[in-house]
Design a protein. Structure first.
Length: 367
């Protein structure tokens, strides 16, 4: 691996965390108070969704230019982005209602669930609204070349809503059998040429449920990948990531920071069990657990990487980019934290990180 370039591409008025990326759209939150967005061609982050609740009689001041606010939630965080075929994107974020709920306000009066905004390519708002699929976590994904007029919102416990990107209507509701995920669920999609991509749900378990993955349309139920004990997975802020290697789209690598180390497992294309025992996972060594943010995995380009994936994770105050397994010829070390990755068509990996109020983007070649 080698770094082609590493530059500051945007700045924000506050420090941001939990990087999310879809093409030239990048989002983050300022530690649960508001979600900020950087749009294509812009070098500044702007606030787009804000939670105002402080107490029953006290609210945060409204941020200048913010698109949406609520007084019935105290947290706004966990952004995800889905790109659209026309150059726009859909942003989803979570409204947290723990504090107002504890103050005695009934849950059905609060703005729990997810808030979505659909942006046109020029940055204008096409539609927006709250989608209460589940009070836990949810992410939005898209398969723009196959279904150009829809995105999918995937929420805790395997709830799946299909949303029309032309007007925001929910056109279908379903559920996949992944079990009780809690709020530590994530979703990824492996796009395939000319046909629907493979959607994988995953979550970090707890004492009653092992961490698991489920490939929609392939697995009949969750495939366990890690267990508690020996791994401490009870914290709400431990998240995981998944990715399929370039030449095995039905295979899944899974990774999470457990017990202070980056640990991983693998489920083969036709496998119904993980490669390594769920109580004896391989490790890359020490890694920093970032609150509600997973170390991203990505498919690697190059003839020697057909079945491998790479990973970006934080340790020792730096972001490390390297192959997850196999021979490691060079490890890339970058400044910043909260990494997100995206692979370009030419195989170059874009590694985006927040360095305080600055967004840095490195281009990394995997050959």
């Amino acid at each position: 691996m080698r770094v082609i370039s590493d530059t500051v591409t945007a700045t924000a008025p506050v420090n941001l965390v939990r990087t999310a990326v879809a093409g030239d759209w990048v989002a983050g939150d300022n530690d649960m108070n508001a979600v900020y967005l950087s749009m294509p061609g812009k070098d500044k982050f702007v606030p787009v969704v804000q939670a105002l609740w402080l107490s029953k009689s006290s609210y945060r001041p409204v941020l200048p230019g913010v698109v949406a606010t609520t007084k019935l939630a105290s947290r706004c965080y966990l952004p995800s982005l889905a790109r659209l075929a026309d150059g726009g994107c859909v942003l989803a974020c979570k409204f947290g209602c723990k504090e107002p709920y504890q103050s005695g306000i009934p849950l059905d009066r609060l703005d729990w669930g997810s808030y979505l905004i659909c942006f046109n390519a020029n940055g204008s708002v096409r539609w927006q609204g709250r989608y209460n699929a589940h009070k836990g976590n949810a992410q939005v994904i898209s398969d723009p070349h196959v279904t150009p007029n829809s995105v999918v919102l995937v929420a805790s416990t395997g709830i799946v809503w299909t949303i029309d990107t032309r007007d925001g209507r929910v056109t279908a509701k379903s559920k996949v059998p992944i079990g009780n995920t809690g709020e530590k669920n994530t979703v990824s999609i492996r796009e395939l040429p000319g046909k629907p991509g493979i959607v994988t749900l995953s979550f970090v378990g707890y004492s009653k449920e092992p961490a698991a993955i489920l490939r929609c349309g392939i697995d009949k139920g969750p495939v366990a990948v890690a267990s508690k004990p020996p791994y401490e997975m009870g914290h709400d802020d431990i998240y995981c990531s998944t990715a399929a290697p370039r030449c095995r789209p039905r295979a899944i690598w899974w990774a999470a920071v457990l017990n202070g180390e980056l640990r991983y497992n693998y489920v083969g294309p036709k496998a119904t069990r993980a490669k390594w025992g769920i109580a004896n996972l391989p490790s890359l060594g020490p890694a920093t657990r970032l609150s509600r943010h997973a170390a991203p995995l990505f498919a690697m380009a190059g003839d020697t990487n057909k079945t491998r994936v790479g990973v970006a994770y934080v340790t020792g105050g730096a972001t490390i980019v390297r192959p997850l397994t196999g021979v490691v010829d060079r490890i890339v070390r970058l400044s910043g934290s909260w990494p997100a990755t995206e692979v370009r068509q030419d195989g170059v990996v874009r590694v985006l990180r927040f360095d305080g109020a600055r967004l840095r983007m490195a281009e990394v070649e995997c050959e």
